[in-house]
Design a protein around this ligand. Structure first.
Ligand code: TXA
Ligand code: MG
Length: 355
C-alpha cells in the first residue's frame, strides 16, 4: 500500500478505479474506501474488503450536482434546493435510483445515496475519474471510521493498493443522511448539518411525527442505515457510556478494589480528571494528572466544543483502543442538539451489556 501525498498522482488513483481497484480517499467527514460505482466486480471487492454484508447500501460520490440526474429519478423540488444549498458538503441524499444503478450499490433497494463531497482531493479524484465513486467509510464493518490516512492503513494494510493522504478530516464524523424520497425530508443519520437547517432550507414545515432526537431505529425500521445495526463505530475494547456521577462511582469503586486481577480502563471524558476521581482536598490538578490510579491506563479530556470533539472523536477512540485496557469508559455528552450526531455515534459504539 502506498500513501499518496502528491496531488498530481490523482490521475494514477483514477486509473486504478477504472481498472476495478479500490482507492481510499479523504473527504471532509471521514475517509472513504472507493470503487467504480458502475463496476459490479469492483463493488464485490469493496464489500469483501470491508467485510460488509452485500445487502447494506453504499453512498455514490459525485463531482457535481449536475451529475445527480444520471443517478436518480423523480427528484422533488425541495431535494434539489437542499443539494444546491449544501453540496459540495457533508450531506447525503437518499433518492429514487435510476434504472442502471447496480443493486450492489443499493443493497437491492429502489433508492440510492448520493453525495458531492467538499474535500479538494475527493473532488480532484472525482473529476479525474469522471463517474460515480461508491464509497463507504474506510473501516472494517461495524468499526471506528478513519479520519486520517494512517487509520486507513491500520484497517486495511495491503488489502488496498492506494490511499490518498489528505491529512486529518476537518469534520471527523460522517455526513448527515437525508431521505428525500417522500413529501418531506427525513433525517436518517444525524451529522454536522443539523436537522433544523435541513427543514429550514427545504422550505417545508417539519413533519410533526419526526422530532430531533427521536429514535433513529424507529424512523428507519425498513431501511438499512447504520442506525439499524446493533454495533457501529465500535472500538474492539468494550466501551461503556456513563454519565458523570456514574463514572465517578464506577472509578471510585474500582480504584478501591485491591484484587490482583484488577480491571484497567481507558477514559474519554469532558470533565477533568479532578472531577471524576476521588482525591483528597490537598491534591492539585497537576498532581492528580501525574498520579493517575494504576487502573486508568489513559485519561483523555476531550474538547467541550462539539465541533472539535467530533473532529477528534475517532482518533481518540483509536488511541484508547490500542491500550489493551479491559474497558473504554466514555463520559456521556450533553443532550443539546449540537451534540446530537456525537451522542448518536457514542450510543452505537457503546457495548450493550444487556443485548
Ligand atoms: O460522510 C460519509 O457519509 C462517509 C464519506 C466517506 O462519504 N461515508 C459513509 O458511508 O459514512 P457508510 O457506508 O459508512 O455509511 C453510509 C450509510 C450506510 O450505512 C447505508 O446504510 C446508508 O448510508 N445508505 C446508503 N445508501 C442508502 C440507501 N439507498 N437507503 C438508505 N440508506 C442508505
Ligand atoms: Mg461507516
Amino acid at each position: 500500500m502506498s500513501l499518496i501525498l502528491d496531488r498530481s498522482t490523482i490521475t494514477l488513483a483514477a486509473d486504478h478505479l477504472r481498472k476495478g481497484e479500490l482507492v481510499a480517499f479523504p473527504t471532509e467527514t471521514v475517509y472513504g474506501l472507493g470503487a467504480d460505482a458502475n463496476n459490479d466486480k469492483a463493488l464485490q471487492k469493496l464489500y469483501v474488503s470491508k467485510g460488509r454484508p452485500t445487502n447494506h447500501p453504499v453512498i455514490v460520490h459525485l463531482a457535481s450536482l449536475e451529475q445527480m440526474n444520471d443517478w436518480c429519478i423523480e427528484l422533488p423540488d425541495y431535494a434539489r434546493i437542499l443539494a444546491r444549498q449544501f453540496w459540495p458538503g457533508p450531506m447525503t441524499l437518499i433518492v429514487k435510483k435510476a434504472k442502471h444503478v447496480s443493486s450492489m450499490v443499493t443493497g437491492g433497494q429502489d433508492t440510492v445515496g448520493l453525495r458531492v463531497p467538499a474535500h479538494p482531493l475527493a473532488l480532484a479524484l472525482l473529476n479525474a475519474f469522471g463517474g460515480g465513486i461508491a464509497a463507504p467509510s474506510a473501516n472494517k464493518y461495524g468499526r471506528v471510521s478513519s479520519t486520517c490516512a494512517e487509520h486507513v492503513a491500520a484497517e486495511f494494510g495491503d488489502e488496498i493498493s492506494i490511499v490518498i493522504d489528505g491529512g486529518s478530516c476537518p469534520i471527523g464524523i460522517e455526513s448527515t443522511i437525508v431521505d428525500v424520497t417522500g413529501p418531506r425530508p427525513r433525517i436518517l443519520r444525524p451529522g454536522i448539518i443539523p436537522e433544523q437547517d435541513i427543514i429550514e432550507y427545504s422550505g417545508l414545515a417539519q413533519n410533526t411525527n419526526i422530532s430531533v432526537g427521536s429514535s433513529l431505529a424507529d424512523r428507519v425500521k425498513n431501511i438499512r442505515v447504520p442506525g439499524s445495526d446493533k454495533s457501529h463505530y465500535a472500538p474492539s475494547t468494550p466501551m461503556l457510556l456513563l454519565d458523570k456521577s456514574a463514572m465517578r462511582t464506577f472509578l471510585a469503586n474500582h480504584n478501591a478494589s485491591t484484587k490482583s486481577d484488577q480491571l484497567t480502563y481507558a477514559v474519554l471524558a469532558l470533565s477533568g480528571c479532578d472531577q471524576l476521581l476521588s482525591t483528597d482536598q490537598s491534591s492539585t490538578l497537576d498532581s492528580i494528572k501525574d498520579n493517575l490510579p494504576k487502573v486508568i491506563r489513559k485519561y483523555i479530556q476531550a474538547n467541550i466544543d462539539p465541533k472539535i470533539y467530533a473532529r477528534e472523536l475517532y482518533a481518540n477512540l483509536r488511541k484508547l483502543d490500542r491500550l489493551d485496557a479491559n474497558y473504554i469508559l466514555v463520559e456521556k455528552t450533553p443532550e443539546s442538539s449540537d451534540w446530537l450526531a456525537i451522542s448518536d455515534r457514542l450510543r452505537r459504539a457503546a457495548t450493550h451489556l444487556h443485548q
